[in-house]
Design a binder for this molecule. Structure first.
Ligand SMILES: Cc1ncc(COP(=O)(O)O)c(C=O)c1O
Length: 295
């Protein structure tokens, strides 16, 4: 993924990232007092915009941040940005954070800043889809499934970032987080799935998993294909007898896992590959530019 931002829209104005000043960025930067969405767009069509919008709105409501713009206005702004920079296959990030003040207590401030940025989409390495990635179960960080924020994509990802570092420092690519009751919750930036006796299993939302948009698509694809699914509470040890483990998010799609340290190892990923193909098909179809869904 390129580090530099290609295109940036702040409160509706095109600008270069260097033009943003600390007073504007303050609450997002100092307290993580906001939410975000990561999107994929192709041919100036945002994939599953309505779902992302609904999750953003729920997060904003929980955070008591008010955005003056409506769903269709923000969609228009994203499309304007993508068109202006001719980003035909793009990664887009929508960030909203509380405007003021730059002190801890936000008082009655509910106004939000909106920053949208976009750059060319850069896929995960092809080898990861063929061989799968390696993961461990974090020993240091947990997801608090009891918190109202469990379902919010908040600007504060510190626990997930540190769990990712924990994995990297032990030679693994990603970490799984358990919740306070030791059930599997999610990976640091993705939802977890595994296949056991032909059943596709995933931690339920009560386990503290973020309600992933890709997770929702995968569950719906399974249902269309009459594949048995179980959303539930699972201990990491239950992966021992899984035939496959895979992760899902908007940017990776469906990514196989070849190892969960000390628990799971796998070489063949038929379900993950089939679901990735199906997801890709859906993505290409809905973003062909001809697909007229009013979202
Ligand atoms: C912690 C976490 N869980 C799950 C997901 C997957 O969500 P989505 O499929 O909407 O990208 C993400 C995405 O970034 C995430 O950060």
């Amino acid at each position: 993924m390129k580090e530099s931002l290609s295109a940036c829209l702040f409160n509706g104005q095109i600008l270069h990232p260097g033009q943003l000043t600390l007073p504007e960025l303050a609450r997002g930067f100092m307290y993580g007092d906001g939410v975000f969405e990561t999107l994929r767009a192709r041919n100036f069509v945002i994939f599953r915009w309505q779902d992302h919008w609904e999750r953003l709105v729920k997060g904003l409501s929980l955070c008591q941040i008010h955005l003056e713009k409506e769903c269709h206005q923000i969609k228009q702004e994203i499309v304007k940005l993508l068109t202006r920079y001719q980003l035909y296959d793009a990664y887009v990030r929508v960030n909203v954070w509380r405007k003021q003040p730059d002190i801890f207590d936000p008082g009655k401030e509910e106004g939000g800043h909106l920053l949208i940025f976009a750059r060319p989409f850069c896929p995960y390495p092809a080898a990861d889809y063929l061989q799968g990635i390696s993961c461990l179960v974090s020993q240091r960080f947990q997801k608090n499934e009891n918190s109202a924020l469990a379902c919010v994509k908040s600007l504060n990802m510190l626990e997930n970032i540190l769990a990712r570092l924990e994995a990297k420092q032990s030679g693994y690519q990603d970490a799984f987080l358990c919740n306070t009751r030791s059930y599997l919750s999610e990976a640091t930036t993705a939802n977890i799935f595994f296949v056991k006796n032909g059943v596709i299993c995933t931690p339920d939302l009560e386990s503290g998993a973020l309600p992933g948009i890709t997770r929702k698509i995968i569950l719906s694809l399974c249902s269309q294909k009459n594949l048995p699914v179980q959303e539930g509470k699972f201990f990491p040890e239950q992966l021992k007898t899984a035939s496959e483990v895979f992760l899902t998010n908007t940017l990776m799609g469906v990514l196989p896992v070849r190892e969960v340290a000390g628990i799971f190892s796998g070489k063949n990923f038929p379900f993950a590959h089939m679901l990735q193909d199906e997801l890709n098909h859906l993505f290409l179809e809905e973003t062909s530019g001809q697909y007229q869904k009013n979202t």
